[in-house]
Design a protein around this ligand. Structure first.
Ligand SMILES: [Zn+2]
Length: 408
């Protein structure tokens, strides 16, 4: 099995390196935005879109020209990669079977990043020594930037495929993607478990295990609202306003980091203990969509739905599913996805489906045979049963070979 992993380290650039990084990332953003503008004008004139090769030719012209000559002072590969990424985003947007969102212009300070796609150009020195033979901080060589110190918090396992440099929360990070050939893992456990993703509990397993929801977002929500109110009172684009804006960004990033850590812990624990995990194939995007409804059918329960949406986003369901998928693949396990219809209403004893069976958030009480259970555990057991009986197939589009989808 080819094992692909990414590790992320904090960079410690010198002030002049930081300046170069900001410029390089700014150039990548410029190339993306300019290329997108070109493609949009082609689309407006019904001329289709330009191919990646044509766009790369444009980039060469820009780099060699007078007006955008500054681009040539920054590394070229990340700029080409931005074009490749845009090309894929445009193709995805026009994919009839599963259209994705149309690419948007990038704003400064939001997801600032660049990728070095060629591992040949990257060098890593884990134990550099100074003139007196003393060991220094590990360093990574980035073309046009130079040797940059980084905090090596975990091992880089495998051969480097590419490197992404990003700026968030006032710090620079480097993500190193690696791959290595490992023997196919055999999962130490033989158990299968179903998981119900809920609002009251982040995840309830069919064996009764419960994981509490990630409430960080709501806990910090009040503080965020307060800080945002403060922002509204400040003069836009003033020094104070910028400072406040940066504070809010850091708060958002902190919330996201905590959520990610919790989801990593939950998915790691489950994928270690169970060889097969069954989850519902919820379309999280549909569930978190507008509760307002259309003009003809104005939405009901807008308040409740808004709260539910926040909970769903809070808990990062999509992220959990993805993490579970690749972690099970690493351990030799398997993730099964099943149709979510009626899993909370089926009675596992008599098999009757009735909306009245789930009387409250926590209780399941069958109206026909009287069976009682914890509602979430009951749903998880139904999900497990469905996963073990429904025929399934490997989803090639999911990106992870270990992810298996139900066949409708
Ligand atoms: Zn029953």
């Amino acid at each position: 099995m080819m094992l692909r992993k990414a590790v992320r380290y904090r960079l410690e650039p010198l002030p002049e390196q930081e300046h170069l990084l900001s410029r390089a990332v700014g150039c990548v953003r410029f190339v993306w935005n300019r290329a997108l503008a070109v493609q949009k004008s082609y689309l407006d004139h019904q001329c289709g879109i330009l191919s990646y090769v044509d766009m790369a030719k444009c980039l060469t012209t820009w780099r060699n020209g007078e007006s955008f000559g500054f681009l040539s002072e920054s590394p070229v590969h990340p700029q080409q990669w931005a074009l490749k990424f845009l090309d894929r985003a445009l193709k995805d947007a026009f994919d009839k079977s599963n259209p994705k969102r149309f690419p948007v212009f990038k704003k400064k300070g939001l997801h600032d990043s660049m990728r070095y796609p060629d591992p040949e150009q990257i060098k890593i020195d884990l134990r550099p020594q100074d003139a007196d033979g003393r060991t220094q901080f590990p360093k990574i060589f980035l073309p046009r930037i130079g040797w940059v110190k980084f905090r090596k918090s975990c091992v880089i396992g495998g051969e480097i495929r590419n490197v992404t440099v990003s700026h968030s929360g006032g710090h620079w990070h480097v993500a190193i993607q690696t791959e290595k050939e490992v023997p196919d893992p055999v999962h130490p456990s033989t158990t299968a478990v179903g998981g119900d993703r809920g609002v009251a509990n982040l995840l309830t397993l069919s064996d009764g295990t419960m994981f509490l929801p990630v409430t960080t977002y709501r806990d910090l929500q009040k503080r965020l609202a307060k800080e945002q109110k403060r922002l509204a009172h400040k003069v836009k684009f003033s020094a104070n306003w910028k400072q406040q804006k940066a504070k809010i960004t850091r708060l958002h990033q902190r919330i996201a980091e905590i959520r990610k850590t919790v989801l990593h812990q939950v998915s790691a624990a489950i994928s270690k203990n169970h060889a097969v995990v069954v989850l519902e194939d919820l379309k999280v995007r549909n569930m978190t969509g507008s509760a307002r409804g259309t003009a003809e059918e104005s939405g009901r329960n807008i308040r409740q739905k808004a709260g539910l949406n926040k909970s769903i986003l809070d808990q990062g369901w999509g992220m959990l599913k993805r993490m579970m998928g690749y972690k099970l693949q690493w351990t030799g396990g398997m993730l099964l996805l099943v149709d979510p219809a009626y899993t909370s209403q089926i009675c596992p004893v008599c098999g009757v489906v009735d909306a009245g069976n789930r009387q409250t958030q926590a209780e399941f009480h069958c109206l026909h045979c009287g069976h009682e259970a914890h509602a979430d555990v009951n749903a998880a057991q139904n999900i497990l049963a469905r996963g073990l009986t429904t025929s399934y197939e490997v989803a090639s589009t999911a990106g992870h070979a270990g992810v298996v989808c139900f066949a409708a």
